[in-house]
Design a protein around this ligand. Structure first.
Ligand code: SAM
Length: 246
């Protein structure tokens, strides 16, 4: 929540997400989000999503919930590559989901794909309704991860998997320094060029740097009651894919 002194809202400290700030950023960048992703990750985001689908271990009867689905790239990869019975993609920014729906309209496979507006901290689904919940680059933007973990546990069936693709901390120091330089200078430049809003992309840099590392995120998931927690680093730990079982 943004703090207020009565004289107007004060921006939260760097990297700390507030729902208003996150909504504002993503409704603004929705039309250019996919292009930004491709450019800023030098095309690696597709590879990371494919690895996330593999970690989800889907079969023909799986029911999958993809939260913070945004423009639907992971939801569509889940359908195309994993071929489950159903993918439900949710996000709290309708402008992002409009882009996702456009992609789903062009899809001709057998998976049922549905997108709907929902807050990842308050999921509008009954308990034990999904075999797998996925999230790509979303958990970092949530003001209350604990609330999200509790909600995901609630909507997962017993034995269901929570698969999280998120930016992380490269363990090899020189690679980490290079990456942090890229985050600090190159990302705001690309983002500013595409949207005219450099500040939002400075937030992105801060939010990545203040996010828990691989082991800390695993500890949070354990604390939330998940078991069999593991992770795999990709691109030298720039991202990590965590898997946790209910
Ligand atoms: C970086 S984008 C990731 C989109 C997509 N998963 C991908 O891989 O490209 C983060 C998304 O999380 C959404 N988001 C952030 N906080 C949310 C919340 N509390 N509830 C639902 N969606 C949220 C944003 O609207 C945005 O679309």
């Amino acid at each position: 929540m943004p703090e207020s002194t009565g004289g107007g809202p004060i921006a939260p400290p760097p990297g700390r997400p507030s729902a208003e700030r996150v909504r504002g950023i993503f409704s603004l960048i929705a039309p250019r989000y996919d292009l930004f992703n491709r450019l800023s990750s030098l095309g690696s985001d597709r590879m990371w999503r494919r690895a996330t689908v593999r970690a989800a271990r889907l079969n023909r009867t799986s029911r999958v919930l993809d939260i913070c689905a945004g423009t639907g790239d992971l939801s569509m990869a889940l359908a195309r590559q994993g071929r489950p019975a159903e993918v439900v993609g949710t996000d709290f920014v309708p402008e992002m989901l409009e882009v996702a729906e456009e992609k789903a309209r062009k899809y001709r496979g057998s998976t049922r794909i549905v997108f709907s507006v929902a807050d990842a901290q308050e999921l509008p689904f009954p308990a034990a309704s999904f075999d797998v919940v996925t999230v790509a680059f979303g958990v970092r933007n949530l003001p209350d991860r604990e609330a999200n973990f509790a909600e995901v546990r609630r909507v997962l069936k017993a034995g269901g998997r929570y698969v999280i693709l998120e930016f992380s901390r490269p363990p090899f120091a020189p690679w980490r320094w290079l990456y942090h330089f890229y985050l600090r200078f190159v990302i705001p430049a690309i983002g500013g060029l595409l949207t005219g809003d450099r500040a939002s992309f400075r937030y992105l840099n801060d939010s990545i740097r203040s996010f828990p590392n691989q082991g800390q995120l695993a500890a949070e998931l354990r604390e939330a009651g998940f078991t069999a927690i593991s992770w795999e680093d990709r691109t030298g730990g720039i991202v990590a894919i965590h898997t946790a079982v209910k």
